[in-house]
Design a protein around this ligand. Structure first.
Ligand SMILES: C[S@@+](CC[C@H](N)C(=O)[O-])C[C@H]1O[C@@H](n2cnc3c(N)ncnc32)[C@H](O)[C@@H]1O
Ligand code: SF4
Length: 400
């Protein structure tokens, strides 16, 4: 990774014609949820490591340095930014004015397209109407709340600190503030969650009136508190069959309420309500990820930043790129990656991407009812509902 972050000419060739998205990572949380292995730090975790440099007080200014670096690296090509996604961590632990200033830096350096999608993630307990109004006035038009569950005993296992009902109130507050697009993140299959609990969560989420829902099976990540608790036998392990049942419940409740799946874990009420930023990732577009541990991709070159907020601030303070490493993806890796990502989309992936062994696997998946017949005849691999339940296994076979 060169110190100035410069990209090879081949990565920048034709860049002006490609859409560009920005991901801004905010690596702070008030407390750490037991299941989460994202690159985020509580105040206690930061104490004594990185000191003032890692502090969230000057974080926005540090991150804006990276946005200015991005402008130098990407050059003067006029390509207004199509999507901005502020994620975390808990972006809403920062002052709303800080999020608006970071967005302002992108506007100043690159320009933001008139129809850009500008999202922030938000924890339900960390916003109020005034905060949301300030974000809306500052140019944000989409907000994604981490609801996870409507049931107190499930929230407790997940270490969530908001009370049931608060995420639904957040949706109303966001709508009142003028947000066009509102997402709720849900998690199913938490130990101790029953079918009735999950149905209640779906009903509560739908009743709140978001235009997008992301529903994820709980993943027990190695090294997390949840994994340790399961190993000690304090909570039961998650169950694949339960996950499958809950997924079917999710599809049925959301489709009955007018949502349509467009990626295995994502449903929206219309094309306009889809998360354009995620679609840029899934379709291999260019994005710049700013912040500690953030990943970027421009024209087949991928790189990632140092993980710790202190090391990140140090690099930018010294006038260096915070990039820790990078790779140029060989054509074969790009092909495999396209299959991995596109097969999870409702549009599926072109059969022409498959090698002979993958093509044979696709024929078998079609015969087994895991791929849909009509798109297949038209040259695309599209998962059926049963295929979505087994998406990871189908993908593994097709990349052969
Ligand atoms: C990176 S988190 C950040 C958003 C915000 N801090 C929050 O917790 O709502 C984004 C979403 O990822 C999902 N998530 C995180 N860890 C997960 C895990 N181990 N299994 C399933 N979903 C997970 C949660 O639904 C969460 O809302
Ligand atoms: S609040 Fe969100 S980012 Fe923070 S620890 Fe919990 S799930 Fe992870």
């Amino acid at each position: 990774m060169p110190h100035d972050g410069a990209l090879p000419a081949h990565a920048l060739a034709g860049a002006a014609e490609r859409p560009l998205g920005f991901y801004l990572h905010v690596p702070y949380c008030a407390t750490r949820c037991g299941y989460c292995d994202f690159n985020t730090y509580t105040a206690t975790e930061l104490r004594g490591s990185g000191g003032a440099l890692a502090s969230r007080d000057n974080y926005a200014d540090t991150l804006m340095e990276e946005i200015r670096l991005a402008r130098k690296v990407l050059g003067d090509d006029p390509r207004p930014v199509r999507t901005v996604f502020v994620g975390g961590g808990t972006p809403t632990l920062l002052a709303a004015a800080d999020l608006v200033r970071m967005l302002g830096a992108i506007r100043d350096e690159f320009g933001i397209a008139d129809d850009a999608e500008v999202t922030t993630e938000a924890n339900p307990e960390s916003v109020n109407p005034a905060y949301l109004e300030e974000l809306r006035a500052g140019g944000f038009n989409r907000v994604s709340f981490g609801m996870q569950s409507a049931k107190q005993h499930v929230l407790k296992i997940l270490d969530r600190t908001h009370t049931p009902g608060r995420p639904e109130a957040c949706v109303a507050e966001a709508r009142a503030a003028g947000f066009e697009h509102v997402n709720l993140d849900l998690i199913y299959g938490t130990p101790g969650e029953s079918d009735a609990d999950w149905q209640a969560s779906l009903d509560a989420a739908i009743g709140a009136g978001p235009d997008h829902v992301s529903a994820y099976a709980l993943i027990v990540e190695e090294g997390t508190q949840l994994a340790r608790r399961i190993r000690r036998g304090e909570v039961p392990m998650t169950d694949d069959d339960v996950h499958a049942d809950r997924y079917l419940m999710t599809e049925s409740a959301l489709s009955a309420a007018g949502f349509e799946w467009y990626e295995v874990s994502n449903w929206a009420t219309s094309d306009a309500a889809r998360c354009l930023h995620n679609e840029l990732y899934w379709r291999g577009a260019d994005w710049w990820g700013a912040g500690p541990g953030a990943h970027s991709h421009v024209g087949g070159v991928r790189w990632w930043n140092v993980k710790h907020p202190g090391a990140y601030a140090q690099a930018l303070g010294d006038g260096r790129s915070p990039g820790a490493g990078r790779e140029v993806l060989p054509a074969e890796d790009r092909r495999v990656e396209r299959i991995l990502l596109e097969l999870r989309l409702a549009d599926g992936c072109p059969l022409s991407l498959l090698a002979p062994a993958g093509r044979a696997a696709a024929e078998r998946a079609l015969a087994d009812g895991l791929l849909a017949g009509e798109p297949f005849a038209a040259g695309r691999a599209v998962l059926t509902l049963r295929g979505r339940l087994l998406a990871d296994a189908v993908v593994r076979d097709l990349v052969d």
